[in-house]
Design a protein around this ligand. Structure first.
Ligand code: CO
Ligand code: CO
Length: 324
C-alpha cells in the first residue's frame, strides 16, 4: 500500500491536516477549530468467526480502536457492507449489524448510515469519525529513550482464529480470544488520558513487532522487548508449535527480518508468535517509567489487562531487539 501511495501525485498542502498518511499512523486528524479536530479511520475485513453477531462486534471494536489509539472519542460510524444477500439472506446481515451496533453504543457513538453492495464474499467494517483536542492527541511517533512499553491485550488472535477454523481450539480458548477481540480499547485509552504518553498505537494486522517497528522507525529509537514478559492468549504456543500460523503472520515475519534482532535463544515459532497478525489488539504505549507504573496500577485497579513488555533506548543498530 505504501508503494502504491508513493506513486500518487502530491496533494495540495493542507495545514488543517494534522496527521495524514506519512507515518502509517492509526487514523487521520483534521483540525476544525482551536478546540476540535476530527479523527477519521476505516477498517473492514472478511469474517474471522462463524457467528455473525460476534463478527459484527469484533469488526466494530477493531475499527473503533484506531480512534482510541490517537486519544480521540468516537462520535459517528458508517457501516461498510459487502454481502451476498440473495445467497445468505438478510438474517445473517442483520445479526452482523446488531453486533456492531452493540459496540458502537458501548463506545458512546452513533451509527449515521452506511453503504452495502452485493458481493460473493462477505465483508464488513466501519468508517469511524471521532473528535480530539488538536493540541492533545497521540501518534505512533515520539518514543523517548528511557520510556517503558505497556501493552493492554495479550497477543495471538491470528493463531487462535486460524485454530478455530481448523477446529483445533477448546471452547474455553475460543471464548477467550473472542472476548479479547470484541473488547473495546475505550477504557485502556480513557485510563491513559491523565498521563503523557510519548507515543501510542494499537496492535493489529502488522503484529506486535510490526506496529512496534512503525513506532521505533518514526521515533528513531530502538524498542527492546522481552518474549517472557509478553502476554499470550492461552493456546497460542501449542497451536503455533503444531504449525497453526496464518499466512499474514509469516509475511510480517519476513517483512521485519532486517529490522528486528532476535536473541538466538528464541525459536522460529516464538519469532512468528511475536509477528502474529492481530485483529482488534490492545494499545501499545510508550511512556516514562514512573507514569507506566501508575498507568499499570490504574488499569489493574479496574481489572483491566496491562503488561510492561519492554523499554526504549537510543537507536542501537536495529529498530527492534527481542530477548528470550
Ligand atoms: Co491501528
Ligand atoms: Co486500522
Amino acid at each position: 500500500m505504501t508503494q502504491v501511495l508513493r506513486q500518487l501525485p502530491p496533494q495540495p498542502e493542507t495545514k488543517e491536516l494534522l496527521v495524514g498518511n506519512e507515518h502509517s499512523d492509526d487514523a487521520g486528524i483534521y483540525q476544525i477549530s482551536d478546540e476540535i479536530a476530527l479523527v477519521q479511520t476505516v477498517d473492514y475485513f472478511t469474517p474471522i468467526v462463524d457467528e455473525p453477531y460476534l463478527f459484527g462486534q469484533i469488526a466494530a471494536a477493531n475499527a473503533l480502536s484506531d480512534v482510541y489509539a490517537m486519544g480521540g472519542t468516537p462520535k459517528t460510524v458508517l457501516n461498510i457492507v459487502g454481502f451476498p444477500i440473495k445467497k445468505l439472506g438478510g438474517e445473517i446481515l442483520t445479526e452482523i449489524l446488531a453486533g456492531a451496533q452493540s459496540k458502537v453504543i458501548e463506545a458512546g457513538a452513533v451509527t449515521a448510515g452506511g453503504h452495502s453492495i452485493d458481493d460473493p464474499e462477505p465483508k464488513f467494517g466501519l468508517s469511524v469519525t471521532g473528535v480530539v483536542d488538536p493540541k492533545k492527541y497521540w501518534t505512533n511517533k515520539g518514543c523517548k529513550a528511557g520510556d517503558v512499553l505497556v501493552l493492554t491485550k495479550p497477543i495471538g488472535t491470528g493463531i487462535l482464529t486460524t485454530g478455530i477454523k481448523r477446529l483445533a481450539v477448546t471452547d474455553k480458548q475460543k471464548e477467550e480470544v473472542i472476548a479479547s477481540m470484541s473488547m473495546l480499547n475505550k477504557q485502556a485509552a480513557e485510563t491513559l488520558q491523565p498521563f503523557n504518553p510519548s507515543a501510542v498505537t494499537d496492535v493489529t494486522g502488522f503484529g506486535l513487532l510490526g506496529h512496534a517497528y512503525e513506532m521505533a522507525k518514526s521515533s528513531d529509537v530502538t524498542l527492546h522487548l522481552s518474549y517472557q514478559s509478553i502476554p499470550l492468549l492461552s493456546g497460542t504456543e501449542e497451536l503455533a508449535d503444531a504449525g497453526v500460523i496464518p499466512g499474514g503472520s509469516k509475511a510480517n515475519h519476513l517483512w521485519l527480518q532486517e529490522a528486528v534482532h532476535y536473541d538466538p535463544a528464541l525459536s522460529k515459532v516464538e519469532q512468528l508468535i511475536l509477528c502474529d497478525a492481530i485483529t482488534s489488539g490492545g494499545l501499545l504505549v510508550s511512556l516514562p517509567k514512573d507514569q507506566a507504573e501508575e498507568y499499570l496500577e490504574a488499569m489493574h485497579g479496574l481489572s483491566l489487562g496491562a503488561w510492561m513488555v519492554g523499554e526504549v533506548t537510543d537507536f542501537a543498530g536495529y529498530s527492534i531487539s527481542v530477548k528470550a
